[in-house]
Ligand binder design. Structure first.
Ligand SMILES: NC(=O)c1ccc[n+]([C@@H]2O[C@H](COP(=O)([O-])OP(=O)(O)OC[C@H]3O[C@@H](n4cnc5c(N)ncnc54)[C@H](OP(=O)(O)O)[C@@H]3O)[C@@H](O)[C@H]2O)c1
Length: 331
């Protein structure tokens, strides 16, 4: 008989939490009990999933059910408090916030790339949505050619800022809640706060997380822009490979990689709408950049809530189950 697992989702009323619940059923995760938690505002909210009605409870970390996996879909401050407590209790915590991503003790995982790093850890970080789609596209090239430098400009949808971001665009708020300026008819070159270097934290996340996941030392510079689009992020990426390449080989190398949909020619391209509702990363406009040695340009799009967050998190849990005999006998 297939073993089934008890799961808790904290932040179950949020964009990522809701999608995690949907993905557990869509991917036929071996689920036994499902517990849903959020803040005081969502106490009592009912969610219909997998043919049943579940009621969200306010999170009380001191009175938390025993479960095998906890999907943490809340902000950094809450994850700082909840994740260590729950991972000490034999729960495996998969955290969507950026709180633990650069912690040396915590694996930062995209299962297609570095599943082996999970190895018995009980707190695993899910990368930033923009990072997930970037590393999926770059990894096959990094393996074959090596990468020296990347210039990435990301065009990020409002759902990247959760429900408040969606509402700012949906209600054309003149006084936005999630953003510093109105998002309607606008492009905002700021995602998260700026640090003393002038980069935004979102830009730094993409730069640092990419090298951690790929165990590389690529020179990366990044600009992150919020755009008035509901779902999916686009990325214009300029890459300097470490060795010479034939453009047809680049395309076939990427086509062979799991979960990548790659355009065959230089006229067909993918947009946000093509990516929404899918778990694959879409790559197009692949072309040589003749201004540098071994230069390459491409356009990458993916659904930020699915592969960029919920799907990758559920894939991490599936990977852990596949490593059960070796590392996770306690679940
Ligand atoms: N959106 C994306 O594209 C994306 C991608 C990757 C990672 N992430 C990260 O994933 C996390 C969730 O993002 P989101 O977009 O889903 O945000 P969201 O839509 O704003 O949802 C936030 C969730 O946190 C809950 N919450 C608030 N206070 C709480 C408390 N005291 N105890 C327990 N739960 C509480 C909210 O519940 P109430 O409804 O009760 O307030 C809600 O369920 C964030 O760390 C975000 O950075 C987001």
């Amino acid at each position: 008989m297939i073993k089934k697992y008890d799961i808790a989702v904290i932040g179950a009323s949020g964009l990522v939490g809701q999608k995690v619940i949907e993905m557990l059923f869509t991917r036929k995760f071996p689920l036994d009990k499902l517990y849903l938690f959020a803040g005081a505002e969502s106490e009592g909210t009912q969610i219909y999933a997998g043919g049943k009605i579940y009621t969200i409870k306010q999170t009380n970390i001191n009175d938390f059910p025993n479960c095998h996996f906890v999907f943490m879909c809340v902000n950094n401050e809450l994850s700082s408090i909840f994740s260590p407590i729950l991972s000490r209790k034999n729960c495996i915590v998969i955290d969507n916030s950026s709180r633990w991503r650069m912690d040396r003790e915590v694996p930062l995982v995209v299962p297609e790339i570095n599943a082996e790093e999970i190895r018995g850890q009980k707190l695993i970080a899910n990368p930033n949505c923009s990072t997930v789609q970037l590393v999926n596209a770059l990894y096959p090239l990094s393996r074959k050619y090596g990468i020296k430098r990347i210039v990435i400009s990301s065009y990020q949808s409002v759902s990247g800022a959760g429900y408040e971001g969606l509402n700012d665009l949906m209600y054309s708020r003149n006084k936005p809640v999630a953003f510093k300026k109105p998002i309607i008819s606008n492009l905002i070159p700021q995602i998260d706060e700026f640090d003393e270097s002038g980069y935004s934290l979102e830009e730094l996340k993409i730069m640092r997380e990419t090298n951690k996941i790929m165990k590389s030392n690529i020179a990366i510079t990044s600009t992150a822009v919020r755009v008035p689009v509901y779902y999916a992020h686009g990325e214009s990426v300029n890459i300097e490979l470490s060795s010479e390449f034939d453009i047809r080989d680049v395309i076939s190398e990427m086509q062979r990689f799991e979960n990548l949909i790659v355009s065959q020619d230089d006229k067909t391209y993918f947009t946000n709408i093509d990516a929404v509702g899918h778990d694959q990363v879409f790559v197009s406009r692949i072309r040589r950049d003749n201004t540098v040695k071994n230069g390459l340009n491409m356009w990458i799009v993916a659904d930020n809530i699915r592969k960029g967050a919920a799907t990758n998190a559920v894939q991490i849990a599936e990977t852990i189950i596949s490593q059960k005999e070796q590392f996770y006998e306690f679940i």
